[in-house]
Design a protein around this ligand. Structure first.
Ligand code: DLL
Length: 443
């Protein structure tokens, strides 16, 4: 069995493992799992200790099915071992960091060796190929570049496929429309909500997207719906495709739709999927809805075994007419935790709380209100403040407090929000479970 991963020249979709017969795929997964469990056991104390507690060692892994013997990992494990406790490679092997939101003020950091980047590039290229992107296409990449994996992840895959990348990143919407028109972009990658905003902006600039060469949309990083797909496809001449991923696995490219637009194929030669019941943690059979658990099968810098994604989905059981044999997951509609995705950025209400409480003069009563205006998520945070400050006629200290709050929240979640300061005892109190988040966004 050839266990090498593609690393050079343009990606050729025909040579990929998407079409492997099942028995060969399971064999490949077994070989890779054995290797990765060994690595994790040898290099990462957290895995060694957890496996010891469960009486499991690498020699128990004889088959990919034995994955169920292994302990689960969670986002809090990354937080508790922040920043490098889950790394399995030496610093000199690590060539890239990315980061994503943790549950408190600190982000979680993920690391990549050169071979991890090769795998990531390959799976993004496979995703793009399954959307029909090819050499000659011009892909306007409007995912954010930086610590977020969207921008650079898509970027590498587009280049690997030999298509042309326009690394415009997110924002500056007018310029996006200008570039789209002037360069003749044939594909766009961004969050689905940002694309709605681009459609609005184009209209207000008198540009009809249906008349542009744009024909492929590469949308992910946040939940969206079939209704949204229908609307977007009707307002433009694109086919809108879903792409899934998370920083803990690599970034975008863990799974992607094909032209059938009926579930996302998981690149399971690198990311092994299981579905569990989020409370009993029992592994559910294919076809049943539950929490997606993923294991990296080839990651060297930071192997993640049985990572609880908190994303709720199910594995499709029918074969896909496209001929790919790798399994598909259903569109992700919700999560089993309270993580919000605002403009593609992961935000935990607890982060907002931390940010507010850091500012003197605030009371521990707040509410987060999410709306969508012109396709773009808006956040308003209502915060109760000290009565002295509220009643006082010192406008400058009132304004100062508001600025401090905006800054404090932005520093932690990376988003500028609207802060509305209200008098003590204004916000509704609850005797039961307090609803701090009001999500009025509709697709
Ligand atoms: O959002 C990676 C990504 C970038 C995926 C660009 C697709 C396109 P994180 O910031 O770590 O990584 O957030 C991961 O976002 O657990 C899901 O809850 C959500 N998510 C990602 N893709 C989708 C999708 C990137 N297609 C978290 N549908 C995941 C629904 C998605 N939710």
């Amino acid at each position: 069995m050839n266990d090498s991963v593609l690393s050079t020249s343009y990606f050729n979709p025909i040579s990929s493992t998407d079409y492997l017969p099942l028995s060969q795929m399971r064999e490949l997964q077994t070989v890779r799992l054995q290797k990765i469990v060994n690595l994790a056991y040898e290099q990462v104390p957290l895995y060694r200790e957890r496996m010891a507690e469960m009486g499991v060692s690498p020699r128990h892994i004889q088959n990919i099915k034995d994955i169920s013997l292994l302990p689960f990992t969670k986002k809090t494990d990354l937080r508790d071992t922040y920043p490098r406790g889950m790394f399995a490679a030496e610093m000199k092997e690590i060539v890239r960091f990315h980061a994503s939101s943790g549950t408190t003020g600190k982000p979680i950091v993920v690391a990549y060796t050169q071979s991890d980047l090769d795998v990531w590039r390959e799976v993004v290229a496979r995703s793009l190929a399954s959307f029909g992107v090819q050499r000659g296409d011009i892909v306007q990449n409007a995912y954010g570049y930086g610590l977020f994996t969207g921008g650079l992840g898509l970027h590498m895959g587009i280049e690997c496929l030999g298509a042309t990348v326009v690394p415009v990143s997110v924002g500056n919407t007018e310029r996006q429309i200008m570039l789209m028109r002037d360069l003749g972009s044939t594909a766009i990658s961004c969050t689905p909500s940002y694309f709605l905003h681009l459609i609005d902006q184009a209209m207000s600039m008198g540009v009809d997207m249906r008349e542009l060469p744009l024909r492929i949309g590469i949308f992910g990083a946040e939940p969206w719906t079939e209704a949204m797909r229908a609307r977007v496809e009707q307002m433009t001449s694109i086919k809108a495709y879903d792409i899934y991923g998370l920083s803990e696995m690599a970034g975008p490219g863990v799974g992607a739709e094909c032209y059938c637009q009926d579930g996302m194929h998981i690149f399971e030669d690198h990311f092994y999927p299981e579905i569990i019941h989020p409370e009993t943690l029992e592994v559910l059979p294919d076809g049943e809805e539950g929490e997606l658990v993923l294991s990296t099968l080839s990651k060297r810098a930071m192997p993640m075994l049985r990572y609880r994604t908190r994303d709720i989905t199910k594995i499709e059981t029918s074969p896909c007419p496209c001929g790919r044999t790798i399994r598909r997951i259903h569109r992700i509609s919700r999560r089993s935790d309270d993580m919000l995705i605002i403009r593609g950025i992961n935000v935990f209400p607890s982060q907002i709380e931390t940010a507010i409480m850091r500012v003197e003069g605030t009371l521990p009563h707040y509410q987060i209100i999410l709306t969508r205006v012109g396709g773009l998520d808006q956040v308003e945070i209502k915060v109760e403040i000290d009565s002295e400050l509220f009643d006082g006629d010192i406008i400058s200290s009132y304004e100062k407090l508001q600025k401090e709050l905006v800054y404090s929240v932005e520093r932690i979640i990376g988003l500028k929000v609207k802060i509305t300061m209200v008098a003590p005892r204004t916000l509704r109190r609850s005797e039961g479970k307090l609803q701090r988040v009001i999500d009025e966004r509709k697709f």
